[in-house]
Design a protein around this ligand. Structure first.
Ligand SMILES: Cc1cc2nc3c(=O)[nH]c(=O)nc-3n(C[C@H](O)[C@H](O)[C@H](O)COP(=O)(O)O)c2cc1C
Length: 158
């Protein structure tokens, strides 16, 4: 996707209040850990560079989501010029994360890493593990980030 000024009219014609940048697909799951390079910020906040380019042309606020789970990374993303920091997985594991960070804690919630060679399956397993946490929260139960992939995939896992 081009991020030059030719995008300006296209983006700004959209009748939206907020532009959230995340991405990837089941075949190329950038949203779940496949960053373009090895630098820390890019590795942990996959879309921050792209967001910076979009921010330069977009009139509406821009949010960047993907891989953010540590306070210094969230702060760096905020300082990079994007308007809002999106956190999905980390909040599913630790719903009080923003409060914890405000209180000075440096917790960085993460799921057990899944290191399968098959990327689409890995991505689906990660999503199942996040859904498992959300299901637990909806039942008033504590999240379980160490859940085994097989249990997370089961509808009766919690
Ligand atoms: C269970 C689950 C469902 C998701 N559904 C969608 C979706 O429908 N559309 C979408 O654009 N992204 C979807 N995502 C991707 C998230 O919006 C986000 O890009 C991704 O989780 C990376 O952010 P995170 O590391 O903060 O979780 C989903 C992610 C999870 C875990």
């Amino acid at each position: 996707m081009h991020t030059d000024k030719s995008l300006r009219p296209l983006i700004n014609e959209l009748n939206v209040d907020l532009l959230e940048l995340s991405g990837g697909s089941y075949e190329a799951p950038a949203m779940q850990g496949e960053a373009r390079d090895g630098r820390t910020l890019a590795r942990e906040a996959y879309f921050v560079e792209f967001a910076r380019d979009i921010r330069a042309v977009a009139k509406m606020p821009v949010m960047v989501t993907g891989g953010i789970r540590r306070r210094p990374v969230a702060e760096q993303v905020a300082k990079s010029g994007v308007d809002m920091v999106g956190i999905g997985t980390a909040l599913a594991i630790a719903p009080n994360l923003p409060r914890d960070w405000r209180l000075g804690k440096d917790n960085a919630p993460e799921l057990l890493p899944i290191t399968w060679k098959n990327k689409p399956l890995t991505s689906l397993a990660n999503m199942a593990a996040v859904k498992f946490q959300l299901r637990k929260l909806s039942l008033g139960k504590a999240p379980d980030p160490k859940v085994a992939t097989a249990s997370a995939d089961s509808a009766t896992g919690c």
